[in-house]
Design a protein around this ligand. Structure first.
Ligand code: AMP
Ligand code: ZN
Length: 108
């Protein structure tokens, strides 16, 4: 946990969020500034800065997040219309929160 990280604060309950899923390993909540009708962020509990900081040991949580993203898409009714799973890596790619997250975007 990193004290100045907004996603760590959300995970610790120190900052509000509209959760759609949470377990011991990761959480999912609605983006505060959605760029589509559905815009959910999936975030590991561990503070991993970006894909560049991933290690072999993170493999299980990352794959569970992708499988859960599919379930959340179904739950929010966007499975059939289609959705994107996006990870921005680094400032040049538009990453502004340096706690790894997967964007689940859809519902157009
Ligand atoms: P990225 O550009 O990939 O780092 O994406 C970070 C995302 O986090 C942006 O789409 C923001 O709108 C979103 N975001 C930032 N702060 C919050 C917050 N407190 N609650 C929910 N989403 C947030
Ligand atoms: Zn963090």
């Amino acid at each position: 946990m990193k004290s100045d990280c907004i996603f760590c604060k959300i995970i610790k309950g120190e900052s509000p969020a509209k959760f759609v899923y949470r377990d011991m390993d990761f959480v999912a909540f609605h983006n505060i500034k959605p760029s589509a009708p559905v815009h959910v962020l999936l975030v590991p509990v561990e503070h991993i800065e970006s894909v560049n900081a991933l290690e072999e040991r993170h493999g299980a949580v990352i794959s569970k997040m992708i499988i859960r993203a599919k379930e959340i898409a179904k739950q929010l009714g966007i499975s059939d219309s289609g959705y994107k799973l996006v990870i921005n890596v680094g400032r040049g790619a538009g990453q502004i929160v340096f706690h790894l997250h997967i964007h689940l975007i859809g519902g157009w």
